[in-house]
Each structure stands twice: as C-alpha cells, then as structure tokens.
Design a binder for this molecule. Sequence first.
Ligand code: HEM
Length: 556
Amino acid sequence: MQKLPFEFSHGGYIKQNAPQQRIGLRQSTTEANDGGTDFDYLFPDSARDPNSLLPAENNKDIIEKLKALGEAIIDRQGPESEDTNSIIPPVYTYWGQFIDHDITANTDQAVTDLQTDITKDDFTPLSPDFVTDKLKNLRHPTFDLDSVYGDGPTLDPQNPTQAKDFYQEDDPVKLKVGGNAEQDADGVPTPGDKIPPENDLLRDLPRNNRIAVIGDSRNDENLIVAQFHTAFLRFHNAVADWVRQNEPQNAQDNKTLFVRAQTLVRWHYQWLVVNDFLKTVTVSGTVDSILSDGLKFYHPRNGNLFMPLEFSVAAYRFGHSMVRAFYDYNRNFPNSTFRLLFQFTGRGNLGSPPAPSPFNTLPFNWIIEWDRFVDEENAAKRQKNSARKIDTHLAFPLSDLINEGNDAQPPIQELLKHLAKRNLLRGYFLSIPTGQSLADKLGIKKLTVEELQQDNSPELNQALEPFLEKTPAWYYVLKESEVRANGDSLGEVGSRIVAETIIGLMQNDPSSYLNEHEHDSDDDHLWNPSKGVKLPNGGEIRSIRDFLKFAGVLPE
Ligand code: HEM
C-alpha cells in the first residue's frame, strides 16, 4: 500500500516541519512522485489544444485579470440575505468536503523540483505532460475511506500498521473517538445547554495535544467537517457492535470482524454518495442515466484509475460556493460565524486563548446539532440553515481564510488566504480546459455571453470581460449552476463531470458496492441498504439523516 500523508492543511501546504503534528506516525512522504496515484485530464486532447485553454502568452496580464475576477466573486455584503439560500441542507457542503478528502489531494502543492507556483506573479501554465508526470494524488481515488481508516488497525503485532494510533487499545476493531470537555483549563464549568443525546459526550475527534489523530488532518480544518468525521468514527464503531450482535459468524476473530464492519461501512457510504449526495447536488436524471446507460467519458487510463484534474481543480470545487459565513450551529450558537468554526479545531487551538479545557478537546457546548443541518423542509423554505446557492458569489470569509498562509509574507499571504483567487490561478497553472471546451466535449449547449453575464454586478462583469470567450472552468461551472439550475444543483456540465468521476471511480473499483451482486436468490441485485445494518426501529440507512442516527449523533 502506498504511504499516506496524514498531515495536510486543507488543500494547503503539507507541514513538512511539524513533527509534533505527525501523531506518532512514520514520517510520511511529501514528495509528489514518491508514491501517490495518478492525476490525468478527462479530456487530454483539450488540455493540449491552445484553443481550449487560456493563452499561455501574456501570462502576467492573465494572472492579474484572474485575481481581479477572484476578487469580484466574493460577496462582500454583511449578513447573508435570504436569496443566498439554496434548497440544499448544509450537511451536503461538508459531506462534499469530506468526499473530496477521501479521494483527492495535492493539486495545491507546488509541483516538486520546479521553482514556480501560483504565488509567482509571472508563472507560466505547466504543460499537461509535465503535470501528469509529476503531480500525484496523495489519496486512493476509491471510496475506501482511507481518510478514516488509514491502513487499518494493528491486528498482528508482527505487522504494525501506520494507523494503529487511530484504533482503540482495548478493542482494536474500533476507532478512537474524542470526549468533550465540561470545564475550561481553570476548572470553570463550560456554560450552555447540552446537545441531545445529552449524556453522550463522546463527540469529538480523538486528539493528541489538540491535534486530531485521524487519517486526513484536513478533516479537522473546520468544526463542521470535524464533526462529520466524528460521525464516521461513531458509525464504524456502531457497525462493529451491530455485527457482533447480528452476525456472530462474522465476529469470531478481530480480523474477520474488522473486515466485515469496514466493508459494510464502505458500502453504506458509497450507496449514500450515489443515491443521496450525488442525486442532491446534480441535475435530476444525471445519476440514473449514468447508472442505466453506462459511463460516457470516464474510463481508466492504461488500466489505472485516475483522478480527473477537471474534477479536482474545477468542477468539484463547486462546494466552495456552498459555504456560508454564518450558521445556525446549535442551540448555544444559533448565529455562529465561519471564523469560530475554524477556531474550534486543532489548528485553531480549539478556541484558545484561553484554553477551553484541561483535556484539549472540544467543549460540549460546541457539539453540532445535526438536525439543523439535515432538514430538507427548512432548507426548502429558505431558512437560514441551507447551503448557499451554487453560484458565482462566495461567502466573504473565503477571501480571508484564517488558517491559511499564516507563515507567508504579504502579498503572498493575502493570496493564500483568498480561495477564489487560488482556484482560478490553480486552473490556469494546471492547464485546465475552459468551460466552453468542456461543454463542447460533453455535448452540452454552451452558456451564452448573456448567460455568463446574467445578474452580475457591474464590477463582476468588468472583471469577466476578458474571459467571455474562454471562461475558467471553475467560474463556468458555478455560473452554469446559477443560471440554469437556480443555484439549487450543479448545471449539466458540472453534474456530468462530478457524477461521471464519482460513479466512474466506483464502478471501476472491484470492491465497491456497484460490483457487489447478490447471487443467492432468483434475483441478481446490487448490494443495497436492505442488506446492511438497521436502525433500532428496523429502518434501513437510506439517507444521511439515517446515517447520523445510526452513528448516535442525531437523536431518533
Ligand atoms: C470551509 C470550507 C472549505 C475551505 C476553507 C476550503 C479550502 C480549500 C483550499 C485552501 C484548497 C486549496 C486551493 C488551492 O490552492 O488550489 C481547497 C481545495 C479543494 N477543495 Fe476546498 N475548501 C472548503 C470546502 C470544500 C468543499 C465543500 C468542497 C467540495 C464539495 C471542496 C472541494 C475542494 C477540492 C476538490 C479541492 C482540491 C483538492 C485536491 O488538491 O485535490 N472544498 N479547498
């Protein structure tokens, strides 16, 4: 198995000099070409066709203009108005981020042995051959939850795993979960109400000196994704209990039990990614048509799975526009700011100073109240708790990321803190084909100039002017969603790239649920939740809400 990087800043730079943050794991590589899986282009011809790319000449000018476009995308208004709300509940934003961390990493690393990257004012776009040769994905592009499991528990002392610290000492088939503090460092009781189920204070990531002991440190980047990862740890442990109780034949030894529990968790997760997540964020009909008619665009290259750069660097970054500046987080913090959500993480020192707890864990008053994040009815009624629309207006804190760029000097620091500028420059740097060329390749009607400009502020239209014929793919996907799907899902180009990639990766993974057929009866059905674990009331796990319930972090 390849070495896995356990220490990322979210998309940011792997901390090469942070041994204390390596949580006792063997030093993992940060060299892109030492291990890692393949990145490639979904449309390699387009990436090599100057007509499908922003011009490589006049690079300084284009870099400046991309920065101006990035700035114009930021929504500088104060409180977020009702019309920023989509019909999508906000759990999908952070579930989306969790999925990203399971399958793709490293597009933001300066490609090794090259003295340039997006922080230079005059970088030239890299040639696609160079990119595919040098840039490696530091994730397995399969839905195997390596971000949760690492390389598994140590069940044979002769063969210790790198991830052994993720697992409980007295029951190594289970993952460690962190407790919640009830008082601060001075012994002062934490104020606030408990979050149901009240007596359950095992709702943090496991931590060592505040740093999360988990498979991908990007999942402690903000408190919501951290709480989502915590739900996965709990889900796995609940599945292990369920197998012990309901399938004793699969619980006779730790190895059999772990493999069975992990397999069930992966299949539930994969089924939910396809049938809940993807169906929510893509245009209606996309998923079903790919499942019934087959993949049209994603096919393994030279027999290998690869991660399409059009997905990692453009289309799947649609989630950035769903992030809100404020959340109705829980009963104690019904108007929590983005800044606080970043502060209550290991990197943000869990809210210190002053230190919130003698145990360096999340205080109980900051446990998430998931029912505020999964409620479709309220999102549909356009209450405050919905994901922001998928559109060309990004929440303003994304232009000043508090945990990014802090070691850099201005003006590089300012750039690293600005997500919209980074996305646009990254697309240029890595030679991602324009939105128009992707639409052509996919056989989808291109956005017209009027559509690209529709409802934009004068400032945004001015910044967009140089890119009306050749539009950066990330902007294009956001605008397509805005004008063709009302920001309530991706548009057709975005939907196709996202769904083809996700289903393509799953269909080409022999161990995924899409390749698990039942042969024991007259039918030959795919694995589905009726074959999986059940809630105490006998219900199947058919939505992210059911998943959180089974994990015990959302009361029945
Ligand atoms: C609070 C939320 C988030 C923050 C602060 C954040 C921040 C970042 C940053 C700084 C990068 C690296 C940018 C670069 O220089 O290239 C990145 C990459 C990325 N983000 Fe996010 N992100 C967030 C949420 C999301 C969500 C919700 C999604 C998708 C649904 C997403 C998808 C991605 C993807 C696919 C990448 C590229 C990963 C790779 O290297 O392969 N992010 N993000």
